[in-house]
Ligand binder design. Structure first.
Ligand SMILES: Cc1ncc(COP(=O)(O)O)c(C=O)c1O
Length: 398
């Protein structure tokens, strides 16, 4: 189908919630997206931090094809091998005991919120269900994860109130603010180790250590949302492993599926006891194809040491990015990088860069976010810098 015809169908039938790039993403190949005319785009957004082992990674594709010929879906009434293999690989690699598969990041967080609430009520009484999250956070778009998200007044939240009660917000990277927000009814603190949608703000190690201590002292749970930071993105398999601060529960999605929709929550055995029979569920959770893809994707990330690569390359890349025009600050961890400009032109730069052959995202008016596949090499970084320089110069307002 030709681009103009396809765009017309989108205009006619789709909700208007995205301003799309002006091309049809027809195929994906490693670090490139290729359009309907054969033009190649260097992909530094990776399907929003999803295609970490590269587009159409051979091992992931083969695993999906093989599983598709055997069983597409069985439901949680049945034992299936892909779910068991993925569970063991995930838990053994990151040092947790139990997993609850979900279908997306928001669902994984929703499960974590439900778990914390039930744990609080089971162990401490009916009012112990409050959760403190960070201002500027992003935890998803379901009603509970939206309530957990600390971005009042933005289009993400406006007019979806009344929100699910029980959430308060404290300043990210400000331990005192979290201490002040905690009350006797607080059961958990929930944060992203690196705030993604909020503008790419890495947590200070001391802040996360302080939260761990605070949670231990007050018998609260520490919950990490690693939907975006998980699986190699920040230079360690999970960001908490790089920080050396272990939460009581962690959520994940995006990169764990290599492109198929899957999410999960991992906890200790003790915490997992909170959900007994009937306490939580999902038709597709642990779907055999999604789990087969996840096993292959995570194996690739581990076997090819992509988290170590993200760490080394990310450090060098961030230094080079400081030479871009109009840079106020470059921040991030591994290959999760935010470029804050001195002008609010991130959106314009994003669309200009696509015209020039580079895909990125803008997460704040002045912040461009780079979350490329973890298989990129230095030459790709140099090419991205060349295109970003041209795009910023074309969009600058002075
Ligand atoms: C930190 C974080 N949590 C949750 C989500 C929601 O994930 P999903 O879009 O898969 O529901 C996102 C998505 O960007 C995210 O970055």
């Amino acid at each position: 189908m030709k681009k103009e015809e396809l765009k017309k169908l989108y205009d006619t039938y789709f909700y208007d919630t995205f301003k799309r790039f002006d091309f049809v993403a027809e195929t994906g190949d490693g670090v490139y997206v290729i359009d309907e005319e054969g033009n190649k785009y260097l992909d530094f957004m990776a399907g929003i931090a999803v295609n970490s082992a590269g587009h159409c990674n051979k091992r992931v594709v083969e695993a999906i094809v093989e599983q598709a010929g055997k069983m597409l879906h069985a439901s949680n009434y049945c034992y299936t091998e892909p779910a068991a293999r993925a569970a063991k690989l995930i838990l053994d690699s990151i040092g947790f005991d139990k997993i609850y598969f979900q279908n997306s990041g928001a669902e994984a967080n929703e499960a974590m919120i439900k778990l914390a609430r039930k744990y609080g009520k089971d162990h401490f009484g009916p009012n112990r269900y409050h959760i403190v999250t960070a201002k500027n956070s992003f935890h998803g778009r379901t009603l509970a994860t939206l309530a957990a998200t600390g971005q009042p007044g933005t289009p993400i939240q406006a007019n979806y109130d009344p929100f699910v009660p029980g959430f308060t917000y404290a300043e990210f990277n400000n331990l005192k603010s979290f201490e002040d927000a905690v009350t006797e009814d607080t059961i958990a603190i929930m944060v992203e180790p690196v705030q993604g949608e909020g503008g790419v703000y890495p947590a200070d190690p001391e802040f996360l250590k302080g939260l761990r201590k605070l949670c231990d002292e007050k018998q609260m749970l520490l919950l990490f949302d690693e939907v975006q930071t998980g699986w190699g993105r920040t230079g360690s398999l999970m960001a908490y492993m790089g920080y050396g601060v272990k939460p009581d529960a962690v959520s994940m999605a995006k990169a764990m599926g290599g492109g198929l929709p899957i999410g999960a929550m991992c906890t200790t055995t003790e915490l997992a006891k909170t959900f007994g029979p009937g306490a939580h569920g999902s038709t597709y959770a642990g779907n055999p194809i999604a789990c087969a893809a996840s096993y292959a994707q995570i194996s690739e990330i581990i076997d090819r040491k992509l988290s170590e690569h993200a760490d080394t390359l990310g450090r060098a890349f961030m230094k080079k990015l400081e030479t871009l025009p109009l840079v106020k600050e470059v921040r991030g961890r591994g290959l999760m990088i935010g470029i804050e400009l001195t002008q609010d032109i991130a959106n314009d730069v994003k669309y200009k860069a696509v015209e020039l052959g580079l895909m990125t995202t803008a997460v704040r008016p002045a912040v461009i976010r780079l979350v490329p596949p973890l298989i990129i090499e230095e030459s790709h970084c140099d090419e991205a810098i060349r295109i970003l320089t041209e795009a910023i110069n074309a969009c600058r307002k002075d």
